[in-house]
Design a protein around this ligand. Sequence first.
Ligand code: ADP
Ligand code: MG
Ligand code: MG
Length: 248
Amino acid sequence: MLKIDNLHARVESQAILKGLNLNIKAGEIHAIMGPNGSGKSTLGHVLAGRPGYTVSAGSVTFQGQDLLALETEERAHLGVFLSFQYPVEIPGVSNMEFLKASVDSIRERRGEPAIDSVSFMKQAREACKNVDLDISFLKRGVNEGFSGGEKKRNELMQMMLLQPKLAIMDETDSGLDIDALQVVANGINAMRSPDRSFILVTHYQRLLSFIEPDFVHVLSGGRIVKSGDKSLALELEERGYGWLEDVA
Ligand code: ADP
Ligand code: MG
Ligand code: MG
């Protein structure tokens, strides 16, 4: 699904990713943990093709294609989905219009006609139900006045409608109370499939007790300095990241 080799990336003149390697097979969930500022969000941005980053070395292959050679939109159309650590508000655009536009843009790319409104509404209502959001959220402005938990659930709903191949969830659990965390975890678990992979960036072991990852990696200083299974997350919770500095 995804093969990252010796990835180096910088913002302006600051090197952030410094030789990152990661292999993700179809169907796997990889959790990425690590200290603040270690480059976790940068990794998601570089994979999704957000502007502002310069890749200075290395390669990323996604389903056999050179991902870094593709435009941001092309990556989305191929099924790369990035959730936002800080979801943006888009006042004046209804959530439903926004979601439908994102689905239609992917369909257009595949040579399919825009989804008809009735089918879309049906899917959107179903997605709302899955993430425990009232359907009135479809009529509101994108993220406008949504609470932190509602934004995260809305983001999950967007993922459900887009059905990505690779979902990168950046701190989808931050700021959630335990019930919302359970809803988000259930949603992600329901999306697990043999042909879909996940990168879950998280600071907390808590999320991983609801979503069992196949691998846990520690990103520190722009590289993956340790990988393990879910027990690594428990160990990090107990010991922090300091003991890994020698490894880095
Ligand atoms: P994490 O998500 O692991 O907390 P980030 O990827 O957000 O880390 O950031 C990694 C480092 O890159 C930090 O030191 C951060 O300040 C820096 N950085 C990220 N974006 C920018 C930017 N646009 N300009 C300058 N420095 C940046
Ligand atoms: Mg951070
Ligand atoms: Mg971050």
